[in-house]
Design a protein around this ligand. Structure first.
Ligand code: FMN
Length: 342
């Protein structure tokens, strides 16, 4: 039987050769804070692409403006030099058949850089600075930064982009009633808290042709705060606005949580399943998925459409080839590597 992990995945009009996804993982390797991918990044991502490997690579959190970096050596996409460097990265990886996407991000109150902004002036933890509460002008300018970065992503050759609305960074800070204490149209009700993300998605959609997906944290793991039920509602609304996929992660909102699950294999898969049952666009599952058989079982069980292997792909750039061998698809392994996988 043909393995599901190695059947093509369609995202919008994009055809992806298999369902193995490399999720965004920061490497903090830009030189001198210039935000440009360089030789390291080309080697790092191409290593996962080559040899018949990963179908969809989502390049690490890439800041839409300098104060949106998580740390000073993050990648960025706010100027021409960065756009050209991203174009070189994309060119290197598509040679090997990977579909390249990039995650567009703003760290909000979880930035180690200067000039922190957030929906409200509440710091993440003792070791972070207190952010400045965003004015409506700030909101407009950050939305514009997302749109401009998406345009640059498209110009750089990325086939898709992912809005980072997870892990307690800026967009998810707006979603959380515990972090977003605003009393204007961007705070209070679910509708108001989701407005920032929905406007970013709509404005990006109006500006680019490439598919635009969204990564969410399905649960804040804090009682009374952002929940799976909220995420299911949000996912349906994002689908209506034209989101191309939903990538379902969790957590990251608060330093201390009261209802985090045990971090056991597949611990976030249930969230992906709940979202998948609510939408008809592709859903990507992530979280301690390390084995080919686990990804295969998730696909068979209708939990998700794509399977993200994060740290497993950091440990093992040849994970996709090993998975091909394990699932009886050794013919897909590129010749140079075939003899390594009997
Ligand atoms: C080193 C590292 C960097 C990460 N950077 C990002 C990031 O840039 N954007 C993001 O959404 N998640 C990031 N994550 C989270 C991963 O994408 C993934 O959701 C997480 O590692 C769980 O999946 P795993 O158990 O397969 O590793 C990062 C994780 C690691 C380990």
């Amino acid at each position: 039987m043909q393995s599901l992990l190695f059947t093509p995945l369609k995202i919008g009009d994009l055809q992806i050769k298999n369902r193995i996804v490399m999720p965004p993982m920061c490497t903090y390797k830009a030189k001198d804070e210039n935000g440009c991918p360089r030789c390291f990044h080309r080697l790092h991502y191409a290593a996962r692409a080559r040899g018949g490997g990963v179908g969809l690579i989502i390049v690490e959190a890439t800041a839409v403006e300098p104060r949106g970096r998580i740390a000073s050596r993050d990648l960025g996409l706010w100027n021409d030099e960065q756009q050209e460097a991203h174009a070189r990265l994309v060119k290197e990886c598509v040679k090997y058949g990977a579909v390249m996407a990039v995650q567009l991000a703003h760290a909000g109150r979880k930035s180690e850089c200067d000039g922190l902004i957030a929906p409200s002036a509440v710091k993440f933890s003792e070791s972070y600075k207190t952010p400045r509460q965003m004015s409506v002008e700030d909101i407009v300018s950050v939305k514009q930064a997302f749109v401009q970065a998406a345009i640059r992503a498209e110009r750089a050759g990325y086939a898709a982009t992912e809005i980072h609305a997870a892990h307690g960074y800026l967009i998810s800070e707006f979603l959380s009633p515990g972090i977003n204490l605003r009393d204007d149209e961007y705070g209070g009700s679910f509708e108001n808290r989701a407005r920032f993300l929905k406007e970013i998605l709509s404005e990006i959609k109006a500006a680019v042709k490439i598919p635009v997906g969204v990564r969410i944290s399905a649960d804040s793991w804090a009682k009374g705060d952002w929940s799976l039920e909220d995420s299911v509602r949000l996912a349906k609304e994002l689908e209506l606005l034209g989101a191309a996929f939903i990538h379902v992660s969790a957590g990251g909102f608060f330093e201390r949580t009261d209802s985090a699950p045990a971090f056991t294999p597949l611990y976030q898969a249930g969230y992906a399943k709940a979202v998948k049952q609510a939408v008809s666009i592709p859903v990507i599952a992530v979280g301690l998925i390390t084995k080919a058989s686990e990804g295969e079982a998730l696909l068979l069980g209708g939990v998700c459409d794509g399977v993200a292997y994060g740290r497993e792909l950091l440990r093992n750039p040849n994970f996709a080839q090993a998975a091909m061998s394990e699932l009886g698809c050794a013919e897909l392994i590129e010749n140079s590597y075939k003899r390594a996988f009997k």
